[in-house]
Design a protein around this ligand. Structure first.
Ligand SMILES: [Zn+2]
Length: 303
């Protein structure tokens, strides 16, 4: 019988009458109390600042933030394999922020002890799989072949076609991440296909954005990106990255090369971005967003 949580598991792709709730981030990292879930699309076209959620519809998620996206088996398995390592990682950053943020600003970096990089990045992959679940015809889907050599991306039209091609094939390519998550010892990744960047944020806003086309503001290039933000960190999954340009955040893709039991300490630059809107890769401060809206709005709608 169909119910509202039936569908394909975002990891093993099996159809289930009842999918289980995946906590994003894992429940053990503090995501265990009631959360309000808003649909960002509702903000499109309405005359509101992106952090103004008043009078908007929301879903009351009693168990915390996340999605009904995984079958019970996959949910238990990933929780057991990666959950504790991710929670320890996020918790440590949270505590360091709360106890010594001024010191971090002075040194410009944060040191994270006893981290299991492969386990942490696989938890991040798993969250991106849930953010980009398979559609109903996933199993029969054939990837579209790109019509040009990727070496000749000179015109804006070609760049847009490439962006569209990324978008159409994204769901299929993400199967590589699904396989990596379901094989706990597997290391490495198709680095031409995926880049994972991480940044820090003080924003309490939680974002789970599937793949969309965004603009890399540094280079005015379209970027195919999925984004997950959950205090104190944000992650970007970039498809078919262009290695000639830089992306926001710290590139942590190589954490996929560690072995499952490798445990180490890592120093990361203190790359902190504001997050004030549901738009992917939007790192503007509130006053910058407000200024931009006012510049483009007719007089009657200025804030
Ligand atoms: Zn499953």
């Amino acid at each position: 019988m169909n119910n509202k949580h039936s569908g394909y598991c975002a990891l093993c792709l099996e159809y289930k009458d009842k999918l289980t709730f995946e906590h994003i981030p894992p429940r053990s990292s503090g995501n265990n109390s009631r959360a309000k879930i808003y649909k960002g699309q509702e903000l499109i076209g309405c005359n509101k600042l992106p952090w103004d959620f008043s009078e908007m519809h929301y879903e009351n998620a009693q168990q915390g933030a996340g999605k009904y996206s995984l079958c019970k088996k996959c949910n238990n398995k990933t929780g057991r394999w990666y959950g504790a390592a991710y929670s320890q990682f996020a918790q440590q950053i949270k505590e360091t922020f709360e106890t010594s943020f001024l010191h971090l600003i002075q040194t410009g970096e944060i040191n994270i002890q006893n981290i299991y990089p492969l386990q942490v990045i696989k938890q991040i992959f798993s969250m991106f799989c849930s953010a980009n679940p398979p559609t109903n015809d996933h199993i029969n889907y054939k990837p579209v072949v790109y019509p040009f050599s990727t070496q000749i991306l000179t015109s804006p039209i070609q760049k847009l076609i490439l962006a569209q091609y990324n978008l159409v094939n994204a769901e299929y390519w993400i199967d590589d991440l699904r396989k990596a998550v379901l094989d706990k010892e597997r290391t490495g990744l198709n680095y031409g296909r995926f880049k994972i960047c991480m940044y820090f944020t003080l924003s309490p806003l939680l974002k789970i954005n599937g793949i969309s086309e965004s603009l890399n503001l540094n280079h005015h290039e379209p970027v195919s990106v999925s984004e997950i933000v959950t205090y104190p960190v944000g992650f970007l999954l970039i498809l078919n990255p262009n290695n000639a340009i830089s992306y926001p955040g710290i590139d942590i893709t190589h954490w996929a090369d560690y072995a499952y039991t490798d445990c180490t300490s890592i120093s990361l630059p203190l790359c902190v971005y504001p997050v004030n809107s549901w738009i992917p890769m939007d790192f503007r401060r509130k006053d910058e967003i407000q200024k931009c809206l006012n510049t483009n709005a007719p007089d009657s709608k200025k804030f």
